[in-house]
Design a protein around this ligand. Structure first.
Ligand code: PLP
Length: 423
């Protein structure tokens, strides 16, 4: 089979492909502790709500038939956009309307669209890139460019805390916006680290983007007002130069592939055009299932009272376990401020994170090696190979077993004998 350049680029070895293949293989029956992928947890209050909503749809006249039997508009259905605009305006005092909202088939698709809208080759022969001002950043961005060499990233600054905790910050001395930058993008909360960029950092990035007349893309897949997997107090921000990307996935609907873009009307119209060409229209099931929650504002209570505490409790357990089982090891956990992962840094680890990943896979635990999370970072950096990302959304017992295996394997790698636990 002869493939085009596009075909080769999108079927070659990529971090995201390896991840999805591992997930697929494990899902086919291998006994694996799946701490690798981005699946959210199963939260009974959320599941109960959507089950009931589905039953209501099925019981209500021809609502189900209308839902499955029609294409929606290419920017996504208006009722959801109106309800969401009203909710955001009410909550945050913004002034957006349905014309500022478009849906996509998952926010992953939104990043494919947005990055290729603002980076790549331009009519005047110039070439622009997406700037990721704080590496590590989301693995899913890595391969979405239609052409190579798509990102430019900067190493972070470190802040250290007691009990093996640390936090990355944007190093604004290293972030220089030149003419070849087409947009700036950050995930907040950040996948893989659980970092939440401070309001000051976001304000500075916003000012920088405006100064250079390029958009600031904020990936809010885990943020407020839903799913609200964010454990610090920060100010939600939007203006007509910010493209805010949201998703229903981490609320508990990843199978329905619903992404939401909030942006100025020119961006929304571009997204609508892309949707029309790529998929005619975005799927409408997620929008319909979430409509009532958004319209009533109940989505805020559900996120605040069910989703956030679910993850907060889990991450507290994981961090405490790591601190106990890795005592004596020179390791750090990124301060968990949001998202559904812990980011572990094993300082001066004698093996690469890829080798650690392979060894853990042999032991039946899937994580993601850290080195994939640095798209656009040109310089070599040992730190890249000393980190792993661990998803903690599964049942507590399973996560506890997985963390123990990780701790033992890490200690072996440092050639430390696992501590013998005494009563
Ligand atoms: C930071 C971040 N952005 C975007 C996505 C894509 O999510 P979806 O396409 O399910 O909306 C993910 C998924 O894991 C993510 O972690």
């Amino acid at each position: 089979m002869r493939l085009s350049k596009f075909g080769k680029k999108f079927t070659g070895k990529s971090g995201i492909l390896q991840l999805m293949e591992d997930l697929g293989a494990a899902a086919k029956g291998q006994e694996m502790i799946m701490l690798g992928g981005g699946n959210p947890g199963q939260i009974s209050a959320v599941e109960a709500h959507f089950r009931q909503r589905m039953l209501n749809i099925l019981a209500s006249g021809d609502e189900f038939e209308r839902l499955i039997g029609r294409y929606g508009p290419p920017e996504g259905g208006k009722p959801l956009a109106e309800a969401l605009a009203a909710l955001l305006n009410r909550e945050y005092g913004w002034a957006i309307g349905p014309e500022n909202i478009a849906l996509t088939n998952g926010s992953q698709t939104a990043f494919f669209y947005l990055f290729n809208l603002f980076a790549g080759e331009f009519d005047d022969g110039s070439f622009k890139k997406i700037m990721l001002p704080l590496a590590p950043e989301y693995i899913g961005y890595l391969d979405v460019g239609l052409v190579d060499d798509f990102f430019i990233a900067s190493k972070p600054e470190f802040e250290f805390f007691d009990n093996h905790l640390f936090k990355y910050h944007v190093d604004f001395d290293a972030v220089t916006v030149t003419a070849d930058i087409g947009a700036i993008c950050v995930s907040r909360p950040t996948n893989p680290t659980g970092n939440v960029l401070t309001d000051l950092e976001i304000d500075k990035l916003d000012a920088l983007a405006r100064k250079h007349d390029i958009p600031l893309i904020i990936d809010n897949a885990y943020g407020t007002p839903f799913p609200n997997i964010i454990f610090t107090q920060v100010k939600p921000i939007w203006n007509d130069n910010i493209i805010l990307c949201m998703s229903l996935s981490k609320l508990g609907l990843p199978g329905l592939r619903t992404g939401i873009i909030i942006a100025n009307e020119r961006v929304i119209s571009a997204i609508s055009g892309l949707n029309a060409i790529v998929s005619l229209a975005p799927g409408n099931f997620g929008a319909e299932l979430a409509y009532e929650l958004i319209q009533s504002g109940e989505i805020i209570n559900l996120s605040q009272q069910a989703v956030k505490p679910f993850y907060q409790d889990k991450v507290n357990r994981v961090v405490a376990q790591l601190q106990s089982e890795l005592a004596g090891v020179d390791f750090y956990v990124h301060k968990p401020e949001g998202a559904i992962f812990v980011w572990l840094w094993f300082k001066d680890l004698p093996i690469t994170s890829q080798t650690l990943y392979e060894r853990l896979k042999q032991q039946g635990v899937l994580v993601v090696p850290g080195e994939y999370f640095f798209p656009g970072l040109q310089e070599e950096w040992a730190h890249k190979y000393e980190c792993i990302r661990v998803n903690y959304a599964l049942d507590n017992d399973i996560v506890r077993r997985g963390i123990s295996i990780i701790a033992d394997e890490v200690k072996k790698a440092y050639a430390l004998t696992p501590q013998i636990k005494t009563a």
